[in-house]
Design a protein around this ligand. Structure first.
Ligand SMILES: Nc1ncnc2c1ncn2[C@@H]1O[C@H](COP(=O)(O)OP(=O)(O)OP(=O)(O)O)[C@@H](O)[C@H]1O
Ligand SMILES: [Mg+2]
Length: 236
């Protein structure tokens, strides 16, 4: 019975979620009563104009920020008001993050960058870390770059290091906020094919993009406008 529940229960369910930022006396509501269910194995793309709330939503889903009102259930558990420690435990255990600007640490080589999340998790055996770093760098097609400086890699190679880093702790979900935004379209395709392969292997992916052409990779596309979801209006 539990098994059956598992397959139908959403990984993520947010209901009537609102996010309000306060600056002094000024309050801005940037997410306005959102409902969303995300199921295991989906490849979701979020589109919408700058300022529509895409990153804010990603941050809430990935436990980087908290909701102002509404509820958030993660694997059936109400996580709306977890404390900071619990939030970071969940974040580290279940999410891998990929950003437009890669956020690699230049003073560390490729291998060390990929090993970092394992260090945060408390894995310190050099052999274990190295084997995992190697495995995930090979998975994203740059196994031979282990000892390279990150500054000597191309943008696409740097993003693949970031993807390997997001994968080393075997997250359930990959959260990618404009992962191809800083790349030319050819290199963007390499990254998209990497994400597609990961999705086919079972990873759930939530990605923000401005590039309508990339929606062909998605199993579902969500459009945001002014902090709300909107239906796609077919223009042709
Ligand atoms: N920490 C914050 N404090 C106050 N306002 C914020 C904060 N973060 C975001 N906002 C505001 O919330 C709104 C949504 O921002 P968000 O970053 O989610 O947009 P976005 O859809 O990701 O845009 P872009 O496509 O430019 O990345 C914007 O008006 C932004 O100014
Ligand atoms: Mg954004």
């Amino acid at each position: 019975m539990m098994e059956k529940l598992k397959t139908t229960q959403p990984l993520i369910e947010i209901s009537n979620v609102t996010k309000t930022f306060k600056r002094g006396k000024q309050e801005t509501t940037v997410l306005k009563g959102l409902d969303l269910k995300i199921y295991e194995g989906e490849f979701i793309m979020i589109m919408g104009k700058s300022g529509s709330g895409k990153t804010t939503l990603m941050n809430i889903i990935g436990f980087l920020d908290r909701i102002t009102a509404g509820t958030y259930h993660f694997r059936g558990e109400d996580v709306s008001s977890l404390n900071e420690n619990k939030k970071s435990d969940y974040r580290n255990a279940f999410f891998g993050f990929v950003f437009q600007q890669f956020f690699l640490i230049d003073s560390l080589n490729v291998q060390q960058n990929v090993e970092l999340p394992m260090v945060y998790k408390g894995i310190h055996q050099a052999k274990v870390k190295k084997e995992k770093a190697q495995r995930y760098l090979e998975l994203v097609g740059i196994g031979e770059k282990m000892k390279d400086k990150t500054t000597e890699l191309s943008g696409g190679q740097q993003q693949r290091v970031a993807i390997a880093r997001a994968l080393v702790n075997d997250p359930l979900l990959i959260m990618a906020d404009e992962p191809t935004g800083a790349l030319d379209s050819e290199t963007g395709k390499v990254i998209m094919n990497t994400l597609k392969k990961l999705n086919e292997e079972g990873k759930t992916i939530v990605m923000v993009t401005h590039d309508r052409d990339l929606t062909t990779y998605a199993s579902r596309v969500i459009y945001m406008k002014d902090g709300c979801f909107e239906e796609e209006v077919m223009s042709q």
